[in-house]
Ligand binder design. Structure first.
Ligand code: ATP
Ligand code: MG
Length: 392
């Protein structure tokens, strides 16, 4: 029944001179999202808004699902497109539309007509009145409420006539790519995909890095991370996932350093390597899924300790003040949860000590890291050059 969508956006509309940049980015992301949907779509800007025209036979549910994942959209309005065949015909068709859309009829409504084509013979106010009358006659259960109607029936007269009243909530945020790029440390857990989603929501595009420890972590564990990157990518746009073989470095740390400091030292090397790749890829920040106190490596002291190794880039931790339950809710909302809880081993959990330090001293950690100085640089170099890059 719907041959078009009208896309509404709020925040980006206030960006003054930057507005066209934001709109173009939004159009680009809409096109990207619709590529995965069955059907043929024409996306274009007109007069401060974005329209999508759909060829008959397209996958409506698929299109709505894809569009509601595009950041920058506040609402997706499915539109009925009518040829102008006179006002009597329009009244009939709009009446049929309202009957189908609100089968229980128990609504208050207001008609809001706009005559973008000025040679249309009836003025907007008159259209409102006549159409309202026709609807009340057809459906006596409906009522007009001009102040706070439940349903705002929009009728836009252009070359064709566009009718819509439904507004499906969008993902909000800013269009991907308008806010620079960040490097997400993506593990197979619940938190990091959510962290990526939250940063992407602000218009930041993402690259990701995953530390893999074969044969201790399996191909399936890696596949899970690829799947999570794809889920985040449905929102964030294209992601390059850098897979680092971390086994050698992990083992070396295990051999040389106190076991209760293993996790924290490992996390410091993850950050160092992630920062190197981030700088090389022109990223402006690192992103992790850390939250204060969640595990030993995320106490305030541990965070201080992992944070200090990043020399140039800020580390964004969008979940820092969230409880696990709040994170789980977002994870479910973005459809990542079922993938995140698949029980595959994580490289951090393999050699983990029974009693990891919870209040590491950076000074002590630095001293112990000196024991790695013989081989760690060459190992890091090797891990970087031998990395696998997967385009998501
Ligand atoms: P998550 O649910 O995201 O795995 P977590 O609660 O398991 O987080 P940690 O394992 O301590 O916590 O990891 C903290 C953060 O470090 C993660 O959110 C992620 O950003 C990063 N991280 C941890 N392990 C890896 C890994 N193998 N590859 C890439 N990043 C990782
Ligand atoms: Mg984890």
């Amino acid at each position: 029944m719907f041959q078009a969508f009208l896309i509404k956006y709020a925040e980006i509309a206030i960006k003054g001179k930057n507005r066209p940049i934001f709109e173009d980015a939004l159009v680009k992301q809409i096109r990207r999202a619709l590529k995965k949907v069955d059907g043929s779509f024409h996306v274009y800007k007109t007069q401060g808004r974005i329209n999508i025209e759909c060829q008959p036979g397209y996958d409506y549910n698929g299109a709505v699902e894809a569009l509601t994942k595009v950041f920058g959209i506040t609402a997706v309005c499915p539109v009925v497109v009518l040829e102008d065949e006179g006002f009597e015909d329009l009244k009939e068709k709009v009446t049929a539309y309202m009957g189908e859309t609100y089968p229980d009829r128990n609504i208050t409504f207001k008609v809001h007509a706009r005559r973008a084509r000025k040679n249309y013979p009836i003025e907007s106010m008159e259209i409102n009145r006549l159409m309202g009358e026709a609807l009340l006659q057809a459906y006596p259960e409906m009522h007009v409420d001009v102040k706070t109607p439940q349903v705002m029936l929009e009728i836009e007269i252009r070359e064709k006539i566009y009718v819509y009243s439904e507004s499906i909530p969008g993902a909000g945020g800013m269009p991907s790519g308008t806010g620079g790029k960040a490097m997400l440390l993506l593990s197979g857990g619940i938190d990091s995909p959510v962290a990526g989603y939250m940063i992407a929501k602000r218009g930041v595009s993402l690259n990701a890095v995953y530390f893999h420890a074969p044969p201790y972590t399996s191909e399936r564990a890696k596949q899970k991370v690829v799947d999570l990157a794809r889920i985040v990518g449905d929102y964030a746009g294209e992601i390059y996932l850098h897979v680092i073989n971390f086994t050698e470095i992990q083992k070396y740390i295990y051999e040389c350093c106190p076991h209760e400091e293993l996790t924290i030292i490992m996390r410091r090397y993850m950050m160092r390597i992630a920062e190197k790749i981030a700088l090389e890829q022109n990223c402006l920040a690192l992103v992790t899924g850390e939250s204060i106190g969640q595990v030993a490596s995320q106490t305030m002291q541990s965070l201080l300790c992992t944070n200090e190794v990043c020399e140039e880039l800020p580390v964004f931790r969008p979940l820092i003040g969230f409880d696990k339950q709040e994170i789980v809710e977002i994870s479910k909302h973005i459809d990542a949860y079922d993938t995140s809880i698949l029980p595959f081993e994580d490289c951090c959990t393999i050699w983990v000590a029974k009693h990891p330090v919870t209040k590491p001293s950076a000074k002590v950690i630095r001293k112990h890291e000196e024991r790695l100085k013989e081989k760690i640089d060459e190992m890091t170099e090797r891990a970087l050059t031998e990395r696998e890059v997967i385009k998501i």
